[in-house]
Structure formats: C-alpha cells, structure tokens
Design a protein around this ligand. Structure first.
Ligand code: IMP
Ligand code: MG
Length: 331
C-alpha cells in the first residue's frame, strides 16, 4: 500500500472515515494526511463511541500514526483545538505551515450570501476562505501564534516517508461529484475533490502514488441543493433503511440508488486501482457484521460482482456495519 489516496465517489459521505480508520488499525499506518477543510465531517466508530471529525485525520485511532494537515488544506483554529482535546493526539499531530486559515468572518459571509444559500453550503465559510487564499490575502497557519507548537513541513515529511517505504494515506474529503471542476457545477464545493487534487493539496507528485482507493456507498446520498439522478422520496428512503442525516450539519440527506455508470466514469477519471463499498448491510440487512465474503447472501454478492464488472475495479473492502472493524477485507 505505501502511498494510497482515498477518494469519495459521489457526493460525499460515502464512509471514507470508516474505511480509513479500518486501514489505520489493520495496516498499522505510518502517516495520514487530511486535505480539504471543516465542511467535511468524517465519521469514525470505535467501541461504541462515535467521532465526527472535521480536522483530525480519521486514522487517529491507531496510536502510532503520524497525523498531518496538508499544505493545501484550510484550518479552523478553534475546531482544531477542540478535536485535539477530543482525540488526545497531542504530540503526533501537526499542521503544514502553509495551510490556510478559515475564520469566523468567512462563515458570516458564507451564511449571508444568497448564492451560497441557493447552493445550500454547510455554512462553515470554506468558499469565502478559499476566495481569500486565491486573492493572496488569507492568513496561513505560520501566521497564527497559537499554532506554533503544531507547525511542520508536512509536505517534506510525507515525501520523506514515501521514500522510506512508510505506509501513507492521503485522506480525501467530500465526493467527486462535489468537485469544483468535475462535479454538478454550480452545486459543488469550492475545490477539486478528485484524486489528483488530493495529491496536489498534500504536495505529492502523481508518480509517487501506488493506489487510488475509490469509496462507494451501496446507495447514494447528497446534502444541499443540486441534481441527484434517480432521487427517491424521504419516505421511500426511510422504508429502505437509507435515510441519513449529515454528520457535520445534521441536515437530512437526500438519497438515490447506486449509479453504475457514474461509478464507472468516476473510477476512470480518478484512476482508481481499488474500491471500497460501504453500508452493504443497509442494502442487505442479512449481511450485518459479516467478516467473510463467503458469508454474504447471494444477492449481496451479485451486487458486488456487478460493480466490479461495470467499473473494472476490484472491490477489496466491504463495509458491513458502522464500527471500524466491521469490514470484509479481500486484499
Ligand atoms: P460548501 O462546501 O460548504 O461550500 O458546500 C457546497 C456543497 O457541498 C453543499 O451542497 C454542501 O452540502 C456540500 N458539501 C460540502 N462538504 C460536504 C461533505 O463533507 N459531505 C457532503 N456534502 C458536502
Ligand atoms: Mg461526511
């Protein structure tokens, strides 16, 4: 696995946090690098406790993993300190000195903007913060005295780690359909969310990546406005066991069935070499907590085989429950 990029296939909330927390424990991950910003929440369940992480990398629950915030990321200082306390990762968590800072004023601008209201942004202010960075007036992590003890040259550390054959995960956020360049514009987030952009934010060249793991959920969800092909009603979603609320904002998620054509297209654009499929137990309740492929029902296997056939990517990890270790590992 040396360097693996984790990318969301659809509109976010595919379960990247769960997949990363599993890989951290199972593979004894050396480095996990968080990209993006606080608009994304990654959910991690460990021994009945739920974490919805906006900054700390999802690999935190493996105690020897070095946790880094990418140079291209956007840091919310108060949230950083709050999560540092929550996860107790002092001493192994650092922020690249070049990461930019998202401030309270950005959230105020985000919430006041009629354009952003129409898009249904998370309200964290990531769009306005990114605008400021593009104008070159944004503060960087190195400008914030409180962050001094946590600053690092993460880019160099990651690349040295790759040279030394360490196991590295570049933690993408949100989903490919929310990409500013490739998603359902203008109903998108303020950055490219694809595998190439994740590498760019972390400062890792494309030839240094070994694996791109695309994360699919067994059905599709979306929060905020914008097209969602095949969308079903909330009543129908509840009946099917697909109804979810957002980990970050608590908003109701809209939902739709798995889209094989979109799964194929996005696997190709992101150069996926492997896939994870999460929430199989929501589609096929008889598969709950299964640990072996052979224990899956015939219908569940048929669904997985169809995904592999249509995307031409092997489904190597299958989520069968919320806990980090509720996974069938076929690697
Ligand atoms: P923003 O990223 O807050 O500007 O919001 C832009 C769009 O992306 C809105 O539809 C949000 O609901 C959506 N979005 C942003 N971050 C996430 C995420 O982590 N998961 C799911 N949707 C997200
Ligand atoms: Mg999320």
């Amino acid at each position: 696995m040396p360097c693996t990029v984790i990318v969301g296939a659809f509109w976010g909330d595919e379960g990247k946090g769960k997949v990363i927390s599993y890989l951290a424990l199972k593979d004894k991950l050396d480095f996990c690098v968080r990209t993006g910003s606080v608009n994304a929440a990654h959910t991690v369940w460990m021994e009945g406790k739920r974490y919805a992480l906006h900054i700390v990398p999802a690999a935190f629950l493996y105690g020897k993993c070095r946790l880094l915030i990418a140079a291209g990321a956007n840091v919310h200082v108060a949230k950083f300190f709050e999560e540092l306390e929550l996860t107790k990762v002092h001493g192994r968590m650092s922020i690249d000195q070049m990461a930019s800072i998202i401030e309270e004023k950005h959230s105020v601008q985000d919430k006041a903007s009629t354009v952003n209201k129409g898009i249904g942004t998370t309200g964290w202010g990531v769009g306005p913060a990114v605008e400021e960075r593009a104008r070159r007036t944004a503060k960087l992590a190195r400008d914030i005295p409180e962050l001094k003890p946590y600053l690092a040259d993460a880019t160099t550390e990651i690349n040295d780690g790759i040279d030394a054959g360490k196991k590295v995960i570049l933690e993408g956020t949100q989903g490919f359909m929310l990409s500013l360049f490739h998603g359902t514009y203008p109903y998108v987030t303020s950055r490219d969310t694809g595998a190439a952009a994740i590498c760019s934010e972390a400062g890792v060249g494309p030839t240094r990546v070994d694996n791109v793991l695309i994360v699919y959920k067994s059905f599709i969800t979306r929060v905020g406005a914008g097209p969602l092909p095949g969308e079903i009603t909330m009543e129908e979603a509840k009946k099917r066991g697909w109804f979810e609320t957002a980990a970050g904002t608590g908003r109701n998620r809209r939902s739709a069935p798995f889209d094989f054509d979109l799964a194929r297209k996005n696997a190709k654009i992101n150069g996926a070499t492997q896939a994870a499929l999460t929430k199989l137990d929501c589609m096929f309740p008889e598969c709950r907590s299964a640990q072996k492929y052979d224990d899956l029902s015939k219908d569940a296997k048929k669904f997985i085989e169809e995904i592999e056939k249509r995307t031409e990517v092997p489904v190597v990890l299958i989520g069968t429950g919320p806990e980090a270790l509720d996974i069938i590992d076929r690697r």
